[in-house]
Ligand binder design. Structure first.
Ligand code: IPM
Ligand code: MN
Length: 352
């Protein structure tokens, strides 16, 4: 298969983890006779520096034309005080919106051999749930600004029935082939948007009689994810709650650096690790490339390349079993570098 892929390395550790991801994907394409054409495009702080815009038009055009986008990470403290719309993070939000990537899928899977989680082992056995995070609406995209000479600020949270329906359908469809359970996480005791989410999702659930639907307030969900993570299958939630709960859930898996995600729209998609740009680790060869590599694996699945995805995931599992890991998930005296992890996974795939 021939695929055109836009690559946004982004800021901080983005270029380092992306380099390993491309290396690993190249071993897959060689092995299975695919042809991936990568096009590097600018976003975030590098785009601000060169073009004065965190998401230049050329980048958006390229991403819209390609079969998929691979994204590293974004954010640079140097630009924290830039005006609204001109911070590196704004570039990512603009791209998500322009590509209509309304459904962000974040699998939370615990690898058995990892023991860096501060949570007791007995709570972690067989944890496997997926967060379906709405990605193009809510408080992230509502009107925002300042008034009263800058001494008052506002961020509106708005959701429409259609925005809730389209991700709701995706979540129920996913539950059908899993443990058949959807948990809607909201704050319906306080927020009107949450009450609309409940109404719409209850209606959708009627078309899925085999799927159990339950509801949790987000404060309670934050506690249950730590106390009883095994009870979850699909967590369906809005943009803001999904952002917060996914970082929290990463604690179960040992490291945020391990977690991939797929952002899906009507006919566009982007694959991005959950972690940020981790500026302190930039250039040190210590960043965990697995979140980005596993995002590449979600891209293979999206392309319908199931054998390819399986072998990549087997290689990742093997690297963890053999303790070829970065210091976030293993004792730092025994750890490998970002490059070494990528090399090991590549070699494993080539030797299959
Ligand atoms: C994420 C990130 C982004 C978000 C930031 C970088 C804008 O935290 O993908 O989880 O908040 O969505
Ligand atoms: Mn986040």
């Amino acid at each position: 298969m021939i695929k055109n892929i836009s690559v946004i390395e982004g800021d901080g550790i983005g270029p380092e983890v992306m380099k390993q991801t491309i290396k690993v994907l190249n071993s897959i394409t060689i092995k299975y006779g695919h042809d991936f054409h990568y096009k590097n495009v600018l976003a975030g702080s590098k785009a601000i520096e060169k073009l004065g815009d965190p998401m230049p038009k050329e980048t958006i055009d390229n991403c819209l034309k390609s079969d998929a986008v691979l994204f590293g990470s974004i954010g640079d403290p140097k630009y924290d005080h830039n005006p609204i719309g001109n911070r590196p993070e704004d570039g990512l939000l603009k791209l998500r919106k322009r590509m209509n990537l309304y459904c962000n899928i974040r699998p939370i899977v615990v690898f058995p051999k990892l023991e860096k989680s501060p949570i007791k082992k007995e709570f972690l056995h067989e944890v496997n749930f997926i967060i379906y995070r709405e990605l193009t609406g809510g408080i992230y995209f509502g009107k925002k600004g300042r008034c009263k000479n800058g001494e008052k600020a506002y961020d509106y949270c708005v959701y429409s029935k259609e925005e809730i329906e389209r991700i709701g359908e995706m979540a129920f469809k996913a539950a059908v082939s899993r443990k058949k359970k959807v948990t809607l996480v909201d704050k319906a005791n306080v927020l009107e948007t949450s009450r609309l989410w409940r109404e719409v999702i209850k209606k959708i659930s009627m078309d899925y009689p085999d799927v159990d639907l339950d509801f949790l307030y987000v404060d309670n969900a934050a506690m249950q994810i730590i106390m009883n993570p095994k009870k979850f299958d699909i967590i369906l939630t809005d943009n803001m709650f999904g952002d917060i709960l996914s970082d929290e859930s990463s604690i179960l898996t040992s490291s945020l650096g391990l977690l991939p995600s797929a952002s899906i729209g009507y006919d566009k998609s982007m694959f991005e690790p959950i972690h940020g740009s981790y500026p302190k680790a930039k250039g040190k060869n210590i960043a965990n490339p697995l979140g980005c590599i596993l995002s590449g694996s979600m891209m293979l699945e999206y392309f319908g390349m199931h054998k390819e995805k399986n072998i990549l995931e087997k290689a990742v599992k093997n690297s963890i079993e053999k303790k070829i890991c970065t210091p976030d998930i293993i004792d730092s005296k025994l750890s490998s570098t970002t490059e070494e992890v990528g090399d090991y996974i590549k070699k494993y795939i080539m030797n299959q």
